[in-house]
Design a protein around this ligand. Structure first.
Ligand code: CUA
Length: 316
C-alpha cells in the first residue's frame, strides 16, 4: 500500500495558513531556481569556447535591468516579511479563554497537568475546537515541544516559562516530539496528543475520581512552605496580599523610583525563587529564596493557586 505522507495532517487552526506561506516561499524558490538554471545553461552553451557568436559591444550597464532586479526581490521579500509577521503575532497571542495546561519537560519525558488536576505522561488530551495554552518549563536541560500536525514548536527552557497555544480542529491522535537534542534518549522523548470530542474530554478529566485541582494542591503547598504565614494569615503586614494580584501591574521599588511589572507567571516564579530581585514598593526585602526547594511541578501548582485567588481559574 502506498503510504508515504510527505506532509503531516493539518489539525490546528494555524496549520493551513502556515502551509500557505510555506508553499508560497517554496514556489518562489522553485521559480527562481528554474529561471536562473535555464539562463546558466543557455548562456553557457551559447557563449561556449569556439562558438560563433557576436562578441563585439558586450553590454556593461543597464539601469533598467538593475531597477528590475532590485524592485522585484524587494517586493517579494516584503510580502514574505509581512505575511510571516502577521502569522507570527497570531501564533504568539493566545486568546483569553484558552484552556490552560502545564508542561514540565525532563530527561526524557513530558509531564503534563491539567488545571482540574489530572496529570499524564507523554500524552496530552485536549478537546477539539478549544484553544489550548501550554505553560512550559524544564527540570533539567533544553527541550522543545513540537507537534507537527499543529505546526507549532517551542523550546522548553530550564529556569523560565515559555508558552505555546493552538486550537485543534480535528479529533485524532497526533505525534508529539522533543525537537531539541537533550541527551541519550532524546529520540524517545515523545508521545501523543489526543484530540477528543468535548464531552469525551470532560469524561476523561474526571476518570479515576476527582482528585484535587492544581490550585487546591497549590493551596496545600502554600501552607506547607509557610507562605501563608506572611502572605495570608499575618496580622501585621509583612508581605503583600496575593488576592487579585495575578495579571495586574505591581509597583516595584527601584532605588528611589517606582516602576511597574505585570504579575504574570514569570513574575510570580521569580518572586518565589529570587524574591529580592523585584520587591514590591513599600515592603522590606525579607522574603527568603525558595530556589532549589520547590520542584517545577509544585511551582506550577502554587502559581495556579495564586492565579485562582484572582478568579482567573475556578478552584474546583
Ligand atoms: Cu527532550 Cu530532546
Amino acid at each position: 500500500m502506498w503510504n508515504f505522507p510527505l506532509f503531516p495532517d493539518q489539525a490546528s487552526s494555524h496549520a493551513s495558513s502556515i502551509d500557505a506561506l510555506y508553499f508560497f516561499e517554496w514556489a518562489v524558490a522553485i521559480f527562481f531556481s528554474i529561471v536562473i538554471g535555464i539562463a546558466v545553461v543557455v548562456l553557457a552553451v551559447r557563449y561556449r569556447s569556439g562558438s560563433k557568436v557576436d562578441r563585439t559591444n558586450p553590454p556593461t550597464h543597464s539601469q533598467f535591468m538593475e531597477a528590475i532586479w532590485i524592485a522585484i526581490p524587494f517586493v517579494i521579500g516584503m510580502v514574505m516579511f509581512a505575511w510571516g509577521a502577521i502569522l507570527f503575532y497570531d501564533m504568539y497571542d493566545p486568546p483569553g479563554d484558552a484552556l490552560e495546561v502545564s508542561v514540565v519537560g525532563k530527561q526524557w519525558m513530558w509531564y503534563i497537568q491539567h488545571a482540574q488536576g489530572r496529570a499524564e505522561i507523554n500524552e496530552l488530551h485536549i478537546p477539539v475546537g478549544q484553544a489550548v495554552k501550554l505553560t512550559m518549563t524544564s527540570q533539567d536541560v533544553i527541550h522543545s515541544f513540537f507537534v507537527p500536525a499543529f505546526r507549532v514548536k517551542q523550546d522548553v527552557l530550564p529556569g523560565r516559562y515559555t508558552s505555546l497555544w493552538f486550537q485543534p480542529t480535528k479529533p485524532g491522535r497526533y505525534h508529539l516530539f522533543c525537537a531539541e537534542y537533550c541527551g541519550t534518549n532524546h529520540s524517545v522523548m515523545g508521545g501523543w496528543v489526543e484530540v477528543m470530542e468535548p464531552a469525551a474530554y470532560e469524561r476523561w478529566l474526571t476518570e479515576g475520581g476527582s482528585g484535587p485541582s492544581m490550585a487546591e494542591e497549590g493551596a496545600r503547598l502554600f501552607l506547607q512552605h509557610h507562605c501563608a504565614g506572611c502572605h495570608r494569615d499575618s496580622v501585621t503586614v509583612k508581605a503583600p496580599r496575593l488576592e487579585g494580584v495575578y495579571g495586574r501591574p505591581v509597583p516595584i521599588q527601584n532605588g528611589k523610583d517606582v516602576s511597574f511589572v505585570t504579575a504574570d507567571v514569570a513574575y510570580i516564579r521569580d518572586s518565589i525563587l529570587r524574591p529580592k530581585s523585584q520587591v514590591v514598593a513599600g515592603y522590606e526585602p525579607i522574603m527568603p529564596s525558595f530556589e532549589g526547594q520547590i520542584s517545577e511541578t509544585d511551582l506550577l501548582k502554587i502559581i495556579a493557586y495564586i492565579k485562582s485567588l484572582s478568579g482567573k481559574e475556578a478552584v474546583r
